[in-house]
Design a protein around this ligand. Sequence first.
Ligand code: SF4
Length: 324
Amino acid sequence: MKKHVFSGVRPTGRLHIGNYLGAGKNYVSLQDEYECIYSIVDLHALTTLEDTDKLQENIYEAFLDLLATGLDPQKSIIFVQSHVPEINELFTLLSMVTPLSWLLRVPTFKEKARLHPQNVNYGLVGYPVLMTADIVLYKAEVVPVGEDQLPHLELSREIVRRFNEHFGKTFPEPKAKLTNFPLVVGLDGKDKMSKSLGNYIELAATEEETTQKVMSAVTDPSRRLRSDCGHPEVCNVFKLRMHFEPAAVEQLKNDCRSAAIGCVDCKKALATAINHNLAPIRARRAELANNPAHVRDVMADGARRAQNIARQTIDETKHKMGLR
Ligand code: SF4
């Protein structure tokens, strides 16, 4: 039997190339080796989202992007977290074995509490418990993550160990599978590519939008004049070209260091490479967007299949805990 993989995507709207390189591309490559379960984790969005007017639209757009990247609903289960209500039950059950002190020490909780002091809610502190429930509801053994998510997964493993110690072996301890391109820096060259920071390129952007965004990217800050020699190792445009145009990087290293190429031409080449690489995804997305009934069917089928697994896990968990 194939091992289960679980991963969740927050529904912040259309995915960007950071999501694609850091997660989506990897998701597709895992489909043959594992039983993959991918979720749009809409409940997680509620922990910080104050305005939910666009939540349904954001879920749909992210779902469309996942399908467009090449996820195959025949191979993988792709669904929306809240469409399988058993998640709420397991969240409650796991919260009974999770010490509050573990949750209060999580760095991202502290950071979010600092950024949103007006909204430090119970759901926010319980976020790692919900994340653990997401994984173990489907008995996932493998979780594709970026390096920045390793501490969260470690906490999930601790929660699982504690549950298993108290109530007997019930859940596998999930293991991280690091992605090949773990951290994608945004166009500002500083922070992780993210919607909230505005330093992203949407997967579904037009070619013109993509070029415009790439041309605004920050490069090697010490290179002020066209004649200055560059340092590709500190340049994010270089890192993106490494991914979208790997065959060109050795030459680019030399050309950048010797000032044989300027940043404008280098960025134009990056835009061309991104547009070329993403063309099939963008075409597939346009096709899917023209058939919303099909997309809704895939979503409903994913939820049905996920719920079949979830129901069994809940029955077993409640039995172990003495609830039935
Ligand atoms: Fe970066 Fe390219 Fe400019 Fe070198 S030439 S600094 S790799 S944008």
